[in-house]
Design a binder for this molecule. Structure first.
Ligand SMILES: C[S@@+](CC[C@H](N)C(=O)[O-])C[C@H]1O[C@@H](n2cnc3c(N)ncnc32)[C@H](O)[C@@H]1O
Length: 263
């Protein structure tokens, strides 16, 4: 599949329909996002000189809160990661191409705000068109997360979006993408349109192996101080698994979790 053959308007509508059906309506972050946040963003260690230290800002004592950290969730869906950032006192920004997802994100987050669980300023959602520049200056965000998004588009679009995420992030990036073993063939590196009349119908799945990830990162390597690529592989018993996505392998699933620290 080439960039020219992808109809972005159709893609956008496919995501709108998907959210209207209730796909991806999950309100709490994935374990790996929580781990990334806890390891790199809100980690507090007791320093030799007393007090607390935070890895993003140098927080020396609990009195130094509230934090002035800005986080981006690219492809935020209904806003679960932004709501979590808000709960931590981080100024969260979610961006997505689906206006249905953005409407849901605004509605879910406002119920947290109304209950005084989150400050209104800390949950911000923005709809953008596929492939548009992220409307923030270079290094505006202290960190970015992008969970299951760079594998939900054509690879040309993945490269464009990753470049933008890299540009607007000052220090830490987490992203996850689906692995080639998740495909029904057992090993497929490439893109295809989801065709089953169910979960994420008519959206694109872009399957990765380690070489494809390294290729995506290669133009940025000189600006990467630390890189962790973790491969998660799960094997299922056939009878316990429902095949929800065409091309999804019911026996095996793999996903890459990538953490980057920029210079
Ligand atoms: C599988 S969902 C994941 C949603 C969210 N990250 C989560 O973990 O709940 C993929 C998301 O990517 C968004 N998306 C697809 N193409 C995009 C693009 N070019 N730019 C920004 N978001 C995009 C979709 O609208 C959808 O919300």
């Amino acid at each position: 599949m080439t960039e020219q053959t992808v109809d972005y308007e159709k893609e956008e509508h496919a995501w709108d329909k998907s959210y209207s059906r209730g796909d991806n309506n999950i309100l709490y972050p994935k374990d790996e996002v929580l781990r990334f946040m806890s390891k790199y963003i809100i980690k507090r260690t007791h320093s030799l000189y007393g007090g607390m230290q935070n890895t993003v800002l140098n927080i020396k004592s609990p009195d130094d809160f509230p934090l002035d950290i800005k986080g981006l969730d690219f492809g935020c869906g209904i806003g679960r990661n932004v709501i979590y950032m808000g709960e931590l006192g981080i100024k969260g920004y979610g961006i997505d191409v689906s206006s249905t997802a953005i409407a849901l994100a605004n509605s879910f987050s406002s119920s947290f705000v109304q209950k005084d669980l989150i400050e209104a300023d800390n949950v911000n959602f923005l709809k953008m068109n596929p492939g548009e520049e992220i409307p923030f200056r270079n290094s505006y965000f202290d960190f970015s997360v992008c969970d299951g998004v760079l594998d939900s588009m054509s690879h040309e679009m993945t490269k464009q979006c990753f470049g933008e995420i890299f540009r607007v992030t000052d220090r830490y990036i987490y992203f996850s993408v689906i692995g080639s073993e998740s495909h029904t063939s057992g090993n497929f590196v490439g893109e295809e349109v989801v065709t089953t009349p169910q979960h994420e119908e008519n959206t694109i799945q872009n399957y990765f192996d380690i070489d494809k990830i390294n290729d995506l990162l290669s133009p940025y390597r000189q600006n990467i101080m630390e890189l962790h690529i973790q491969k998660e592989t799960k094997e299922y018993a056939k009878q316990e698994v429902e095949t929800v996505v065409s091309g999804f392998n019911p026996n095996k699933h793999s996903r890459f979790h990538v953490t980057i620290e920029k210079y």
